[in-house]
Design a protein around this ligand. Structure first.
Ligand code: G1P
Length: 284
C-alpha cells in the first residue's frame, strides 16, 4: 500500500514560528514531527510515500535525503552512532514529492497526489498529527481495512467543546471499536455535532475517492474539503470508522506541542533530571 502525507499547510496556528519554517519540521525532542509520521507508515509496512508539499517546504526533502558533507564529518569524528541514524533517515522509504501550488484545502492536497496512486486503496497520514501507540495507528487501520475491504477512518472521542476542531461522524456501532459512518460534518459547532467521535488524521481510502475529490466544490473556509468528498462517496459505498488504540497529539497546536515534548523527553534515560526540574518548577 502507498501513503500520502499532506504537508502543504501554512501552519498559521503556530505563528510566528511557522512564518518561514514548515510546521512539519517542529522538533519533538530531537526529531522533526514529520519523521514520526513517515516512521509510522514505514513501521506499518508502507515503503512508497508521497509527501504533498508547497513553497518553503524544501527542508523536508533535504531531511530525508543523503547529507553528504555531514556524513563525512561524522565519519571523520568517529561519531558512528549518529552517522548510522543520519543514514537511516535517508533510507527509510521511497519518498516522492509533489507541490500543491495553492492552499486550496486538504481534499485538494490529496487530489494533487492522485496520479501516483493508481487503482488501489491508499493510506493518508496528516503531517500535523502524531499518534503514539504500541502498534502503529495506520497499521491498525490497514488490518481492519483488509477485513471490511472499504475505506476506514481513524477516530477518537473528544470533549464537547472540542468538536468544532474536527470532522465529526454520525455512526452506528458494528463491533468493538468499529463503526459504520452515516455522515461526516466538518468542524461543527457543539450544538450541530452529530456525536463526540472525531476524525484524527489517519485514513485508508478506496481510490474511487479521487473521482469525488475531482468534482468537489469549495466547502468550509472556501477549501476543497476531504470531508465533503467522503460524504459524497458515502452515498455509493460504505465507509467505516475505527477507534484506534493510541494517544494523539496535534502539532498545529502550541500546547499539544509542549505536552508531547515533555512526555517524550520523560521517556528518555538521558533526561532523568527532567522530572525533578518539573517538580521544582511547579512548586515555585
Ligand atoms: C483536518 C480534517 C478534519 C480532521 C482533522 C484532524 O482538519 O479536515 O476532518 O478532524 O484534520 O487533525 P485540519 O486540522 O487540517 O483543519
Amino acid at each position: 500500500m502507498k501513503a500520502i502525507i499532506p504537508a502543504a499547510g501554512l501552519g498559521t496556528r503556530f505563528l510566528p514560528m511557522t512564518k518561514n519554517s514548515p510546521k512539519e519540521m517542529l522538533p519533538v525532542v530531537d526529531k522533526p514531527a514529520i519523521q514520526y509520521v513517515v516512521e509510522e507508515a514505514v513501521n506499518s509496512g508502507i515503503n512508497d510515500i508521497v509527501i504533498v508539499t508547497g513553497r518553503g517546504k524544501e527542508v523536508i526533502e533535504n531531511h530525508f535525503d543523503v547529507a553528504y558533507e555531514l556524513e563525512k564529518i561524522l565519519e571523520k569524528r568517529n561519531k558512528y552512532e549518529m552517522l548510522k541514524e543520519v543514514r537511516r533517515i535517508a533510507e527509510l522509504a521511497d519518498i516522492y514529492y509533489i507541490r500543491q501550488k495553492e492552499p486550496l484545502g486538504l481534499g485538494h492536497a490529496i487530489y494533487v497526489a492522485r496520479k501516483h496512486i493508481h487503482d488501489e486503496a491508499f493510506a493518508v497520514l496528516l503531517g500535523d498529527d502524531i499518534i503514539i501507540s504500541e502498534k502503529p495507528c495506520i497499521a491498525q487501520l490497514i488490518e481492519v481495512h483488509k477485513k471490511v475491504n472499504a475505506s476506514i477512518i481513524g477516530v477518537k472521542r473528544v470533549s464537547k467543546e472540542d468538536v468544532s476542531k474536527y470532522g465529526i461522524i454520525k455512526y452506528s456501532k458494528i463491533d468493538e471499536n468499529l463503526y459504520r459512518i452515516e455522515e461526516l460534518v466538518e468542524k461543527p459547532s457543539p450544538d450541530e455535532a452529530p456525536s463526540d467521535m472525531a476524525v484524527m488524521g489517519r485514513y485508508v481510502l478506496m481510490p474511487k475517492l479521487f473521482e469525488y475529490l475531482g468534482r468537489a466544490k469549495p466547502g468550509k473556509n472556501e477549501e476543497i474539503q476531504l470531508t465533503d468528498a467522503l460524504n459524497e462517496m458515502l452515498q455509493e459505498e460504505e465507509i467505516y470508522a475505527y477507534e484506534f488504540d493510541g494517544k494523539r497529539y496535534d502539532l498545529g497546536n502550541k500546547l499539544d506541542w509542549i505536552k508531547i515534548n515533555v512526555e517524550m523527553a520523560l521517556k528518555r534515560e538521558e533526561f532523568t533530571t527532567l522530572k525533578d526540574f518539573l517538580r521544582e518548577l511547579i512548586k515555585s
